[in-house]
Design a protein around this ligand. Structure first.
Ligand code: NAP
Ligand code: ZN
Ligand code: ZN
Length: 349
C-alpha cells in the first residue's frame, strides 16, 4: 500500500478538503498512473452532495476524467510502458464474464462495475477513490491509451464528457445533414456540439440564455436558441432528428419531445436528481423515441479518443489548482463554466 494525497468531501455537501488515501501495490496486470489532470464533471457534484440518493460513501474522493503518465507496470502488462500517457474514465473494473462485459458495455456489468469512486472494487469491500488524487492503480484492461496528439489537460474531459456524448451520436448513426439539438452548453454539451459538428450534423444549441451564443458558433453550431423564450419551442417544432439533453436540473421533457421530427429521438444524458412526468401524447404522436445513454464501454471510449485525436477535438478548459475546487463547484452549479474545469494535480503535490 502507498499513502497518497487527495481531496475529499468529508460528508454530504460539505466542502472538499485535503485528505490522504491508500492505493494498492500493483498486481501483475496493473498499471500505476501518476495523475497529471482530472476534469470536474457535474456528476462529481451530484455525488459529493449525495443528490443521487443515500448510497453515497464518505469520505469521497471524486474525479473520473483522469489523464496521467504510467509510473510502473506489473509483470504481465502488455499495452503500456512507463512514461506513456494513459486515461481512466468512470469505472476501474467489472466482472469480465457477464454478457455486457463480454460485449464491450462493461458499464452495464450484471454484477455492477467498480465505478472509479463512490463505489467498491469487485471484492465489494474495498472503497474506490477517484482522480482528485496524485496516483491511481488500475488493471491495464480498464486504462485507455491517450494518443500523443492530444493535449493531456484538454483530453481529460474526454474520459467522461467526451464518451458520454460520442456514444449516443454513434448509437443514432449521426451523419451529414442530420439536425441535432444540444440542450445545455456545459461540459457535456460543448463536447456534443464539437462531436456532432465533426460528423457533419447541423447543430443547434438550446441554452437558457443568449450569453453563450458566440461560443456555440465557435464550437461548431450553426444555430442557437434560448429556451427561456417560449417562442423557441414553436419555432423549432418538429425540427430535430436527434436531441441530446445534458441538463443537470429538472425541466419539462415534453417540450423538447415537441421539437422532434416524426421518429426523432430525445436522448437524456443529464441526470437531474428529481423525476419529471412525461405524457404519452408527447411520444405517441410522431413515433418519438425517448431514451437515455450512460458513458460507454472501454472499446468505444478508446475509439472516441482515437477519433478525437484524428479530428483534433478536445475540451475547452479552465485549468484550476485543486484548492479552488469548492468555488468551481459553485460556479458550475450556476452554469458558469466555459466549458470544463480541469484540476492541475501538480497543485496537490
Ligand atoms: P455542466 O457542465 O454543469 O453543464 C450543465 C448545463 O446544463 C449548464 O451549463 C446549463 O447550460 C444547463 N443547466 C444547468 N441547470 C439548468 C437548469 N436549471 N435549467 C436549464 N438548464 C440548466 O454539467 P455536465 O458535467 O455537462 O453534466 C450534465 C449532466 O450530465 C449532469 O446531470 C451529470 O451528472 C450528467 N452526466 C451523465 C453522464 C452519463 O453517463 N449519462 C455522464 C456525465 C455526466 P446553459 O447555460 O447552456 O443553459
Ligand atoms: Zn462524468
Ligand atoms: Zn460483468
Amino acid at each position: 500500500m502507498t499513502r497518497i494525497s487527495a481531496f475529499a468531501a468529508p460528508s454530504a455537501g460539505k466542502p472538499l478538503a485535503p485528505h490522504s488515501i491508500e492505493r494498492r501495490d500493483p498486481g501483475p496486470s496493473d498499471v500505476v498512473i501518476d495523475i497529471l489532470f482530472c476534469g470536474v464533471c457535474h456528476s462529481d457534484i451530484h455525488q459529493a452532495r449525495a443528490e443521487w440518493g443515500d448510497s453515497a460513501v464518505f469520505p469521497m474522493v471524486p474525479g473520473h476524467e483522469i489523464v496521467g503518465r504510467i509510473a510502473k507496470t506489473g509483470g504481465r502488462v502488455s499495452r503500456f510502458k512507463p512514461g506513456d500517457l494513459a486515461g481512466v474514465g468512470c469505472f476501474v473494473d467489472s466482472c469480465r464474464a457477464c454478457e455486457p462485459c463480454r460485449t464491450d458495455v462493461e458499464q452495464f456489468c450484471e454484477k455492477g462495475p467498480a465505478f472509479t469512486y463512490n463505489s467498491t472494487e469487485m471484492d465489494r469491500k474495498t472503497p474506490t477513490y477517484g482522480g482528485y488524487s496524485t496516483q491511481i492503480v488500475v488493471d491495464e484492461r480498464y486504462a485507455l491509451r491517450v494518443p500523443s496528439g492530444l493535449d493531456p489537460a484538454a483530453a481529460a474531459p474526454l474520459l467522461c464528457a467526451g464518451i458520454t456524448t460520442y456514444s449516443p451520436l454513434r448509437q443514432w448513426k449521426t451523419k451529414k445533414g442530420d439536425r441535432v439539438g444540444v440542450v445545455g452548453l456545459g461540459g457535456l454539451g460543448h463536447m456534443a456540439v464539437k462531436l456532432a459538428a465533426s460528423m457533419g450534423a447541423e447543430v443547434t444549441v438550446l441554452s437558457t440564455s443568449s450569453a453563450k451564443q458566440a461560443d456555440a458558433r465557435r464550437l461548431g453550431a450553426e444555430s442557437f436558441a434560448v429556451t427561456r423564450d417560449e417562442a423557441t419551442f414553436e419555432r423549432l417544432a418538429r425540427h430535430f432528428d436527434l436531441i441530446i439533453d445534458t441538463i443537470s436540473a429538472p425541466h419539462d421533457y415534453n417540450k423538447y419531445l415537441g421539437m422532434l421530427r416524426p421518429l426523432g429521438a430525445l436522448v437524456l444524458v443529464g441526470i437531474p436528481p428529481e423525476s419529471t412526468p412525461v405524457s404519452a401524447f408527447s411520444l405517441v404522436g410522431g413515433n418519438k423515441r425517448f431514451a437515455g445513454s450512460m458513458i460507454g464501454g472501454i472499446r468505444e471510449t478508446q475509439e472516441m479518443l482515437d477519433y478525437c485525436a484524428e479530428h483534433r477535438i478536445a475540451s475547452d478548459i479552465e485549468v484550476i489548482p485543486i484548492q479552488t475546487i469548492n468555488q468551481a463547484y459553485e460556479r458550475m452549479t450556476r452554469g458558469d463554466v466555459r466549458y470544463r474545469f480541469v484540476i492541475d494535480i501538480a497543485s496537490l503535490k
